[in-house]
Design a protein. Structure first.
Length: 339
């Protein structure tokens, strides 16, 4: 009995020890792969017949390996970077080549655990090709969105804006005068100094006349730099507007988060107040108190349900008002565009 008591725990301890060793070995394997970069770039000469291998590659999951080494999958093509059974880095277009070591581009020498970017030379078609290299992928540097205003005279300012193509400007302009009514804090426009020109009128983007917020969106989307021309409020004339504003109901572009409420308080669709800190307050709708809301993105609205249907899920929309509560005329097409 004493012998049985002493020997029973031993198999349990051995089982736990085996489990710990397996966990340690898995951790060592992950640490061994930590030296390999997440992103690589294959560079191929323009005249090379292997241009299909060119582009960015992303390292696959740690569990996805080939012959004991990590693999990279093409982000811009259907190619793979893997280690052959005899220890060479190679680029191929199918995982079926992993076992046989087949493919297109191959390192000149065995890697012995070194990552692909440390290989000195690469071969293709049985010959060394100096135009082929594999290097760490480097993301394009985003220029700082800071630029000093270029003052042309006391009443006109041109601001050069530098940004990443994916960045938005962060400007809210009020139609139809295209007045800069709000600048989002820490946005591209704010860092470039547009915020100090609130109340000024935007007339041109990249020397092209704009007549709506949609024009501003179109001219600044997907570009890394642009020039914005602003005119002082007392210098805004009808010739700059390019339209007659006397009989055009006010339209306001409201920028907001997709699920953020507008913050309007209406009485029979007449604006009586706006919620503090709401998108409506930020875009200056408080100046239209007493006006009747008649359109949202050119959709006639008659009830609160109409407002919810057209506004929720949108990151920006046009609100059309009638300064006279009995005004129901549809806004003119020149001011009905929305980004």
């Amino acid at each position: 009995v004493l012998y049985w008591i002493q020997t029973v725990p031993r198999p349990l301890k051995c089982k736990q020890k085996t489990k710990n060793m397996a966990f340690t070995n898995a951790r060592r394997k992950l640490n061994r792969f930590a030296q390999y970069r997440q992103e690589l770039e294959v560079v191929v000469g323009d005249r090379s017949p292997y241009l299909g291998c060119k582009g960015k590659y992303l390292k696959a999951h740690e569990k996805d390996t080939a012959n004991g080494y990590p693999i990279w999958v093409g982000a811009e093509n259907t190619m793979w970077i893997y280690s052959t059974p005899n220890g060479y880095w190679r680029v191929t277009d199918t995982t079926e080549d992993f076992r046989e070591g087949m493919g297109y581009i191959i390192s000149r020498e065995q890697h012995h655990g070194r990552p692909p970017e440390e290989m000195e030379a690469w071969c293709a078609g049985g010959e060394e090709d100096p135009s082929i290299t594999i290097k760490p992928y480097r993301r394009a540097m985003v220029p700082p969105p800071v630029a000093a205003p270029i003052i042309r005279d006391d009443k006109t300012v041109v601001i050069a804006v530098h940004k990443h193509p994916s960045q938005s400007m962060g400007i809210t302009i009020k139609a139809p005068e295209l007045t800069v009514s709000d600048v989002k804090p820490n946005s591209v426009a704010d860092q470039c100094g547009v915020g100090q020109y609130k109340g000024w009128h935007m007339t041109h983007v990249n020397d092209k006349r704009i007549s709506s917020a949609a024009d501003l969106f179109d001219e600044t989307k997907g570009v890394s730099s642009c020039k914005i021309r602003l005119v002082a409020p007392d210098e805004r004339v009808e010739s700059e507007l390019g339209q007659d504003n006397e009989d055009v109901p006010p339209k306001v572009w409201v920028a907001k988060d997709s699920e953020e409420p507008l913050g309007l308080q209406l009485d029979n669709m007449v604006l009586i107040s706006v919620v503090h800190g709401s998108p409506s307050q930020r875009c200056g709708l408080a100046t239209l108190l007493g006006s009747k809301l008649i359109h949202i993105d050119d959709h006639p609205v008659h009830t609160v349900e109409d407002i919810a249907r057209y506004s929720m899920g949108s990151e920006g929309l046009w609100l059309g008002f009638a300064t006279d509560p009995h005004h129901t005329r549809r806004p003119s097409a020149s001011s009905s565009n929305s980004p």
